[in-house]
Design a protein around this ligand. Sequence first.
Ligand code: ATP
Ligand code: MG
Length: 355
Amino acid sequence: MPTCAERPVILTGDRTTGPLHLGHYVGSLKNRVALQSTHRQFLLLADAQALTDNAHDPAKVSRNILEIATDYLAVGIEPDLTTICLQSHLPALADLTLLYMNFVTVARLERNPTIKDEIQARGFGRDIPAGFLCYPVAQAADITAFKATIVPVGEDQAPLIEQTNEIVRRINRQAGRDVLPEARALIPRVGRLPGIDGKAKMSKSQGNTIPLSAAPDQIRDAVRRMFTDPNHVRASDPGRIEGNVVFTYLDAFDDDPAAVANLKARYIRGGLGDSVVKERLDEVLQAILAPIRARRNLLARDPGHVLDVIRRGTAQARGVTEATLRDVRDALGLFTLHEPGGIVGDTHRMQYAQQ
Ligand code: ATP
Ligand code: MG
């Protein structure tokens, strides 16, 4: 068993734009819970990134910091094994972002397929906030600041990891040595869960989610409204599986694949109503979400404990990220103004940390 210091480093995170949902559960959270005992894992509450398309609603971004940290603990993230930290309170991340922006072109950022999709989904047209266009650079700063080599993410994030590695190669080439490691995306079997409306991706910003905190009625209602096969009008009609969200969800969440295969065969043949399939999915989702909701309710009674977890994690992460910033600046030969007892600026940061 490798010691804590030798374990491969994992960094992932979530934009604090809304409570976590089933897409996060299959797309990333399950991997994070499984890997935390064998890896050195950091989870970033990405409030600075959330602001890049939510500057008009900072209250939402702030409110969801506690919500998401509570979701982490409710799904089984252990603060003794995983460091949970707050992006906006790690100034080295902003410093690295500023530095990396010089190693990427605007044209390259505009070509990023994830960014293109997200610009369209948000209806920005030509009014793209500069922070939003540059968030892949900030994400490169996040990943490299922890020297992470593994990033458990959904499929939509793969182009962003590629962008990170391009920046890493440029920095290393400029430095003349490998000061930063490249990272690998760890994408699970279900890398992209569609929304309950049938849209390509369940997403906080699209309002098509089932949150992990959903009440039993809310789950039942979401399943009832779920997109199926529009041509499957009567139970006796033959139905289609492709693009039928209820079956996609059964594939993702039902741990009895033989039973799902049987339902599929009957549905395709005709003679199986949507309501029967939906009932099965409702049962499966209720069983997954009930224990998460119960733990969430307990945690919600003690927000001070959750805040403490974030505070401790952020303090730990500050040391790690400041050390990387120093490594990168040194490797590039950038000028550093020393003062007795440290680097100019560190004292300010320490005061900021203690507030
Ligand atoms: P937003 O709409 O604000 O971008 P989001 O729902 O896309 O929110 P993020 O915080 O951007 O959530 O994503 C956090 C992580 O969860 C990423 O690794 C992302 O790939 C993964 N993820 C998000 N939605 C899904 C999904 N529907 N299926 C699989 N993985 C997902
Ligand atoms: Mg997203």
